[in-house]
Design a protein around this ligand. Structure first.
Ligand SMILES: [Zn+2]
Ligand SMILES: [Zn+2]
Ligand SMILES: [Zn+2]
Length: 251
């Protein structure tokens, strides 16, 4: 019997500083020191599907994935909290494909990619890897940033971090994609305007319009509400939950 199952593991659900941030005494960081579930590593996702792949690679990813057989990596953008794990992953003993936007490419990976096979991708140009169809979607951020619509034949997943948006037109596209699971940037506190990120209320609104079966808010900064308070704020909205590190989702 063929079992069709897609498993998504949230390896990290924080912004670049992580929670607790070093030497920080804000409420979120204090809470994380008392309550381990409130700790957040920078945002990275592991997907176990027909083949295993990562979306973004924060600083400590290798400590979490161990010697798992990894087939490819999708990079949303070239900011350190999303690419730093590549410094170690490039030592893979066999080639692995790294799909990424071209703008912002770090010289070190141009000069010495080792076993990372760099493939630049463009918004709306669907590509396929081992039967998994992937369509990049632009997000608004300081540098070129791509979300990804992923269809592995079993589940349809929309990765929408880190950045502001997607645009109204792309929200319609994601709704018509028939999304089972959407992961949306919710970096900031409600009412906080940031040209490069969503706040919690904006992310909830996008989640409602995308109409995914489940929406998970992620890329949470320490200056957002503390974990327990934010969890109870988000739970009022049906079909929308707050990410936490090591959260496992079955599709
Ligand atoms: Zn980030
Ligand atoms: Zn803090
Ligand atoms: Zn960024």
């Amino acid at each position: 019997m063929v079992i069709t199952l897609t498993i998504l593991v949230i390896l990290g659900s924080g912004a670049s500083e992580g929670i607790p941030a070093l030497n920080c005494r804000c409420e979120s960081c204090q809470e994380a020191k008392r309550m381990p579930i409130a700790k957040r590593m920078p945002t990275s996702i592991l997907v176990l599907s027909k083949v295993n792949f990562l979306v973004d690679v924060g600083f400590d990813v290798m400590n979490k994935i161990g010697d798992l057989d990894l087939e490819f990596i999708l990079l949303t953008h070239w900011h350190p909290d999303h690419y730093s794990g590549l410094f170690r992953l490039r030592w893979s003993s066999r080639p692995i494909s790294l799909y990424a936007p071209k703008e912002g490419l770090i010289d070190e990976f141009k000069r010495e990619p080792r076993n990372l096979k760099l493939k630049f991708v463009q918004p709306y140009e669907t590509f396929e890897h081992e039967g998994i169809k992937i369509t990049p979607i632009p997000l608004i951020h300081k540098i070129e940033t791509l979300g990804y619509l992923i269809d592995d034949g079993n589940a349809r997943i929309a990765i929408l971090f880190d950045g502001r948006g997607p645009s109204n037109r792309d929200v319609d596209l994601i709704r018509s994609f028939g999304t089972n699971l959407a992961l949306i940037d919710a970096t900031n506190h409600p009412n906080f305007y940031d040209p490069n990120h969503n706040n919690i209320d904006e992310a909830i609104e996008i989640g409602r319009r995308v109409k995914a079966s489940l929406t998970v808010l992620t890329h949470i900064a320490h200056h957002n509400m503390p974990f327990a308070e934010l969890t109870s704020y988000v739970r009022k909205f049906e079909g929308i939950v707050l990410a936490y590190d090591d959260m496992v989702l079955h599709l």
